[in-house]
Design a binder for this molecule. Structure first.
Ligand SMILES: NC(=O)c1ccc[n+]([C@@H]2O[C@H](COP(=O)([O-])OP(=O)(O)OC[C@H]3O[C@@H](n4cnc5c(N)ncnc54)[C@H](OP(=O)(O)O)[C@@H]3O)[C@@H](O)[C@H]2O)c1
Length: 322
């Protein structure tokens, strides 16, 4: 094993182009930890925000971005049980834009046989977000109607997949024919172009999954049923909607904030239920694989982030070192 590994480093906050390739020294493992050779790292919208300094979690500079990965265990701390060198795993983590990372063994999920490294790396963040949003916070039930905004993006496609698996009728809103086709493939029964005038009049949803916010909010709000639940997942559209309380009153609606990672950290029962839910998802359904929009080399991370920021990814982008 070499003592140095390559990683993409943020030395100053800014646009994706601030990312620099660097060599970092390997740190010794602490109890409960494993070292993983990263085969692929998922690219997520929050990476763009974190590199720019606009994300909730602001690690001290310099830092390695990236919130998920898949790879092979190359070292375990002496007290780790249940995992061995050579095991193929995937995980939510920090600092995944690297050839190696160190993580608690408790964070690992087994990589399903037959999934590519890219598919495994693209799974945990969006799947856990969809799971916490729809099933834990949103209480989505079989037979309900789910409206997914940004349905061709990472979290959107995961929500379509999980919603369909749950037995909901899924309606997808996405801006391009390619994104709508991907949403239909993932289980949406109706796919809508948000540019089509008056689309919201044809929909009555029990639950809305909203990772977009911004300009689509007032229009899409009309598609929420009386008594419905609106899941505030993110603001990829740039603007933060300002819903008026009287609108909530008139519809007797619930506006529900979703922070998947924070919910799992703060509420042990949520973490436990989500862990089981994701294991079932990984084992149970070949159709639950994320759609891979593109693969970049580790040193091309800025180009990957740029593609995501430009709204040009259908599904997940990943980085592959080596
Ligand atoms: N709450 C949580 O726990 C959690 C977890 C993960 C991510 N998030 C947040 O969820 C949001 C979406 O993440 P994601 O991974 O799904 O991102 P993504 O893959 O980039 O998808 C976002 C979708 O938003 C739509 N969009 C509309 N305006 C956009 C714009 N100006 N720039 C980019 N996209 C735009 C696009 O769909 P159309 O082209 O079809 O409009 C795009 O496909 C982000 O704000 C992220 O921070 C939240």
């Amino acid at each position: 094993m070499t003592e140095l590994y390559r990683a993409m480093l943020v030395r100053r906050l800014g646009s994706p182009e601030v990312l620099e390739l660097a060599e970092l020294p390997r740190q010794p493992l602490r109890p409960g930890e494993v070292r993983i050779a990263v085969r692929a790292a998922g690219v997520n919208f929050p990476d763009i925000l974190q590199v720019a300094g606009d994300y909730q979690h602001k690690p001290p500079l310099p830092f390695v971005p990236g919130f998920e990965a898949a790879g092979e265990i190359i070292e375990t701390a002496a007290d780790v049980t249940g995992w061995r060198t050579g095991d193929a795993v995937l995980l939510r983590t920090a600092a995944s834009y690297a050839e190696e990372l160190v993580a608690p063994a408790a964070a690992l999920l087994p990589k399903p046989a037959g999934w590519s490294w890219a598919e495994a790396a693209g799974f945990p963040v969006c799947a856990s977000t969809a799971w916490i949003a729809l099933l834990w916070r949103g209480r989505l039930a079989r037979g309900e109607t789910l409206l997914v905004l940004g349905a061709g993006g990472g979290t959107g496609l995961a929500a379509v997949t999980l919603g369909a698996q749950t037995g909901a009728q899924v309606i997808a809103v996405a801006s391009s024919a390619e994104k709508r086709a991907a949403a239909q493939q993932a289980g949406a029964t109706l796919c809508i172009d948000p540019a089509s005038k008056g689309w919201e009049k044809s929909v009555q949803a029990d639950v809305v999954f909203d990772p977009v916010g911004g300009e689509i909010f007032p229009t899409a709000w009309r598609a929420l049923k009386p008594g419905g639940r609106w899941l505030v997942v993110g603001f990829a559209g740039g603007g933060i909607p300002r819903p008026q309380a009287n609108r909530l009153l008139l519809k007797e609606a619930e506006l529900i904030g979703v922070r998947a990672g924070e919910q799992a950290r703060r509420v042990p029962a949520a973490a436990k239920a989500m862990d089981q839910g994701l294991r079932d998802w990984l084992v149970g359904s070949q159709g639950g694989r994320p759609l891979i929009a593109g693969i970049y080399r580790l040193e091309e991370a800025a180009a990957g982030l740029r593609q995501l920021a430009d709204r040009k990814a259908t599904g997940k982008l990943v980085l592959q070192p080596g």
